[in-house]
Design a protein around this ligand. Structure first.
Ligand code: NAP
Length: 339
């Protein structure tokens, strides 16, 4: 099945179907990753205020623009409003800081990172404390209605600071509620999605509403810390995937990415390793057959690798926590100190 190189958003702009993920891409390495990616042909970078790396990404992008290698308008930049920045009075302030760090005067796509807001008590510190905690290690959440945050995001579009707005880590009801009440509809949903957690229902829900769907953790996020959720062997070790990859003389990562792309899903593979960055982009020159797509469908485990355990057990009861059912499998204290 042919794959288009970009997905059209509700605002009329196009979003490249492959973007460079940058979560856990550290200062000192993320700039190089962005340079390698832009040289390899990527025109889409995914970051977030919570990744603490926007500044180095901005530097690398500016450098490539100044060298004449890319134009700013040809690169699609997504960033995400920190949960600690969700109070309506903070939204614009945090956005302006992102713009400054990214050295740009507009963001292509701005997402609410997670529907559960966090206290803003450390946001004015340098660097900002975006995950303030109680003495027992639990996050200090707050109770901002994401719809109130959304109203401020809409104003950013009106002002031209942001071209498209969207959501991440919301459940279907939360997405529908914002979709119904929004003056500017969500252009994009970014959620965990890969062969073990393929999100067929959510993807269809978005497709029906014209909401572009982006997959995080598309190759199974092998580098994620235990604080996120269950430890598993790598998704990329699945024998069925290895077999398909060897048939096409491709890597398992390329097969996983192509599988999602053939479903019309935007993929955000993260790497700071130049060879991987390059190979993860070589996904337009082969095609998975319907039979191979079915084999990949067969390895689905309905397993969330991102369970947001770092919110702490009490937060599963938070009115805006998207997956309260995860409280049953919660294991306390898994790597809280790694935040
Ligand atoms: N909205 C959200 O809440 C949210 C949550 C998670 C992620 N995201 C976004 O989605 C992006 C992708 O998700 P992710 O970073 O969790 O997981 P991922 O892209 O599935 O996996 C990244 C990991 O795989 C390794 N890797 C990359 N290419 C590889 C290859 N070809 N062969 C073997 N290993 C490879 C990377 O290592 P090296 O870097 O060492 O090469 C890194 O450890 C993030 O970076 C972020 O931009 C968003």
């Amino acid at each position: 099945m042919a794959v288009r190189p970009s997905v059209r958003l509700l605002n009329g702009h196009s979003m490249p179907i492959v973007g460079l993920g940058t979560w856990l891409s550290k200062i000192g390495e993320v700039g190089n990753a962005v340079r390698v990616a832009l040289d390899a042909g990527y025109r889409h970078i995914d970051t977030a205020q919570n990744y603490y790396n926007e500044e180095e990404i901005g530097e690398a992008l500016e450098e490539k623009v100044n060298e004449g290698k890319v134009k700013r308008e040809d690169v699609f930049i997504t960033t995400k409003l920190a949960m600690a920045g969700m109070a309506p009075e903070n939204v614009k302030k945090e956005t302006l800081l992102s713009l400054k760090r990214l050295r740009t005067d507009y963001i292509d796509l701005y997402l609410i990172h997670h529907p559960v807001s966090i206290s803003d008590e450390g946001m004015s510190e340098e660097p900002p404390v975006r995950f303030p905690k109680y003495k027992n290690g639990a996050l200090k959440t707050s109770f901002i209605d994401p719809l109130d945050t959304w109203r401020e995001m809409e104003k950013l579009v009106d002002e031209g600071l942001v071209r498209a707005i969207g959501l991440s880590n919301v459940n279907k009801q939360q997405l529908q509620r914002i979709f119904e009440k929004a003056r500017i509809k969500p252009a994009n949903l970014q959620v965990e999605c890969h062969a073990w957690f393929p999100q067929y229902e959510m993807a269809e829900f978005c497709e029906k509403r014209g909401i572009a769907f982006s997959a995080y953790g598309p190759i199974g996020s092998p580098g994620r810390p235990p604080v996120e959720g269950p430890a598993t062997p790598p998704l990329m070790d699945e024998p069925a995937l290895k077999e398909i990859a060897s048939k096409h003389e491709k890597t398992v990562a390329q097969v996983l990415l192509r599988n999602l792309m053939q479903r019309g899903i935007i993929v955000l593979p993260k790497s700071v390793t130049p060879e991987r960055i390059k190979s993860n982009f070589q996904v337009m020159d082969f095609e998975l057959s319907p039979e191979e797509m079915d084999i990949i469908k067969g390895i689905n485990k309905e397993l969330r690798l991102f369970q947001f355990n770092y919110y702490g057990k009490q937060n599963f009861l938070h009115p805006f926590f998207p997956w309260p059912e995860l409280a049953q499998s919660y294991q306390p204290g898994q790597g809280m100190e790694q935040l």
